[in-house]
Design a protein around this ligand. Structure first.
Ligand code: XLS
Ligand code: NI
Ligand code: NI
Length: 461
C-alpha cells in the first residue's frame, strides 16, 4: 500500500503572528484556569476533577504523593496528529511547525503553563523533543543547552519537576539499524556521546530517573543479525552509562522500558521478564529498574497489568507510562488510560509495594488526531487522572478490606506447613516427594475460582 505521507511537516497554513507568543507574560491557554476539584460536577463539565483531589489522604498519603502524575512533552507538545495516511490535524497557535529555537522556546513556555493549570508536578522529555538536532553533535548540544537554560528557569518558577529524561536514539536515520546494538561501532559511539550529554542535562534539571527505551534495539531480519554480539554490546552500553552516572554523581534511577516490537520487528527489551533476565545475565540488576508501559505489555500479548505485576514481584518496578492501547488495533496507540478496572489493578500493585517514588505515572499518551480542540489536551489528562484517582480509592478499599488478599494467601496455604514448608525452604528431595505421594496419594482437586475473583474485584469498582 502506498503511503499518503504529508508533503509539509508544518501544521499551520494561516498567517498567524507567532511573535505575540514570544512576550514574557503571554497566556497560551486563554479561558482555561487552574483545574479545580469539583466532586459534584455533572457529566458534561469536563474542565474539573471529579475524583482527583491532590491533597486528599488515602492510606496515609495524599493522592498527589501516591499518583505522582507527569505530562510527557513529546506527544502533548510535539504531536501533530499526522499519521502514515494523513497530514497534521492538531494546530497549536504558538507552534509555527519549524525547527527553530524560537519555536522550541514557545512550546516549552506553553507546556509549563499547561502543567501548572493542570496541577501536575512532573514532566518528561526526550533530548530531541525539547531542542532541535543540529548538523553536528556540538551544535545539537549547544541547542540543548540553550533550551535547558529556559527549562531550568521554568522549573524554578513553577515548582514543576523532571520525573525523567531520555535520549531519542531512534528517530535520526543514523539509528535505523539500532543505537547500542548497531552493527556499526561508529553509531554505538554516537549513541554513547548522546547519552553522555543526556545524563548531564538530566542531572542539571534534577531528573529523578533516566529512561532507556530501545525502539531500534532489535532486528527486522534474523538473517543479517548476530544476536549475541548485539546483546553483549547493549550490556556494555549500560555499563558505560552506569559508570558515567557514578562519575557525575547523578542520583536518578536508570529505567529500561520494555516493548516487544514497533518500530523494530523484534525488540530485545521484549517484556518485563525478558528485561529482568537480561539485567541478571549481565550483572546489571542492581543498577537498572523498569519503566512499564501497559500499551507495550498488551502488544507483547499479555494482560494490561501483567508486566507491572511481574516487575513489582521482583522489586524492579520503578515507574509507569500510564497509557493504553486499543484492543481492536494491533499497535501502540498511546491512548489516555480511561478504564477504571485497569487503573484499580495497577494501583493495587503500586500500593502494595509502598508507592512508585521516585517514579511516577507518566502520561505517555496522545490525544486522537480527531481531538483537535486545545481544550482536548486538558480533558484527556483530566480524564486519565480521574480514572487513576478512582483506581487508587478502589485499590485502597480492596487492601483495607483484605478479602481478596486473604483469598490468594489461602490458596497457597499448603506451603505453610508439612511438605509444603519443606519445599518452600528448599529443603526436600525428589526421593522424599516420592515417599510423600506414596503415603498421601492423589491430590484433591481444588477450584481456582476465577469467576469468584472477578466478582470480588467488580464489587469494588
Ligand atoms: C515508545 C515509547 C517511548 C518511551 C520514551 O513506544 O513508549 O515513548 O516512553 O522513549
Ligand atoms: Ni513510553
Ligand atoms: Ni510506547
Amino acid at each position: 500500500m502506498s503511503s499518503f505521507a504529508p508533503t509539509s511537516t508544518s501544521a499551520n497554513t494561516s498567517s498567524t503572528s507567532y511573535a505575540e507568543f514570544d512576550k514574557e507574560d503571554v497566556e497560551f491557554f486563554k479561558g482555561i484556569s487552574r483545574i479545580p476539584y469539583k466532586p459534584d460536577a455533572g457529566p458534561t463539565e469536563s474542565l474539573v476533577y471529579k475524583h482527583y483531589n491532590a491533597s486528599q489522604v488515602v492510606l496515609g498519603r495524599t493522592m498527589e504523593e501516591w499518583l505522582r502524575f507527569s505530562v510527557c512533552f513529546w506527544h502533548t507538545f510535539r504531536g501533530t496528529g499526522a499519521d502514515p495516511f494523513g497530514f497534521p490535524t492538531l494546530i497549536r497557535p504558538w507552534d509555527d511547525g519549524s525547527n527553530s529555537l524560537e519555536n522550541a522556546r514557545r512550546r516549552l513556555r506553553a507546556s509549563f503553563e499547561f502543567f501548572t493549570k493542570l496541577g501536575v508536578k512532573y514532566w518528561t522529555f526526550h533530548d530531541r523533543d525539547i531542542a532541535p538536532e543540529g548538523g553536528t553533535l556540538s551544535e545539537s548540544n549547544k541547542n540543548l543547552d540553550e533550551i535547558v537554560d529556559l527549562a531550568e528557569q521554568l522549573q524554578k518558577k513553577t515548582g514543576v519537576k523532571l520525573l525523567w529524561a531520555t535520549c531519542n536514539l531512534f528517530s535520526h536515520p543514523r539509528y535505523m539499524n539500532g543505537a547500542s546494538t548497531n552493527p556499526d561501532a561508529q553509531v554505538f559511539a554516537y549513541a554513547g556521546a548522546q547519552v553522555k550529554k543526556g545524563l548531564e542535562v538530566a542531572q542539571r534539571l534534577g531528573a529523578e530517573n533516566f529512561v532507556f527505551w530501545g525502539g531500534r534495539e532489535g532486528f527486522h531480519s534474523i538473517l543479517n543479525t548476530n544476536i549475541r554480539a548485539e546483546l553483549d554490546h547493549m550490556a556494555t552500553f549500560f555499563r558505560l552509562a552506569v559508570a558515567y552516572k557514578k562519575k557525575l554523581g547523578f542520583k536518578g534511577v536508570f529505567l529500561i522500558e520494555p516493548k516487544p516490537k514497533e518500530p523494530a520487528k523484534h525488540q530485545y527489551d521484549y517484556d518485563a521478564m525478558t528485561v529482568i533476565g537480561f539485567l541478571r545475565t549481565y550483572g546489571l540488576e542492581n543498577e537498572v529498574k523498569l519503566n512499564i508501559e501497559p500499551n507495550h505489555t498488551t502488544l507483547a500479548g499479555h494482560a494490561y497489568e501483567h508486566d507491572i505485576v511481574v516487575a513489582s514481584a521482583y522489586n524492579m518496578l520503578g515507574s509507569v507510562d500510564a497509557n493504553t492501547g486499543s484492543p481492536d488495533l494491533g499497535w501502540d496507540t498511546d491512548q489516555f488510560p480511561m478504564d477504571v478496572r485497569n487503573a484499580t489493578v495497577v494501583m493495587q500493585v503500586i500500593l502494595k509495594q509502598g508507592g512508585l517514588q521516585p517514579g511516577g505515572l507518566n502520561f505517555d499518551c496522545k490525544v486522537r488526531r480527531e481531538s483537535t480542540n486545545l481544550e482536548d489536551m486538558f480533558i484527556s489528562h483530566i480524564g486519565a487522572m480521574d480514572t487513576f484517582a478512582r483506581g487508587l480509592k478502589n485499590a485502597a478499599r480492596i487492601l483495607e478490606d483484605g478479602i481478596i488478599v486473604r483469598h490468594v494467601e489461602d490458596r497457597y496455604s499448603s506451603y505453610k506447613s508439612g511438605i509444603g514448608a519443606k519445599i518452600e525452604a528448599g529443603n526436600t528431595t525428589l526421593e522424599e516427594l516420592e515417599e510423600y505421594v506414596q503415603t498421601h496419594g492423589e491430590p484433591q482437586r481444588i477450584s481456582g475460582q476465577q469467576e469468584h475473583y472477578e466478582n470480588m474485584l467488580n464489587f469494588y469498582l
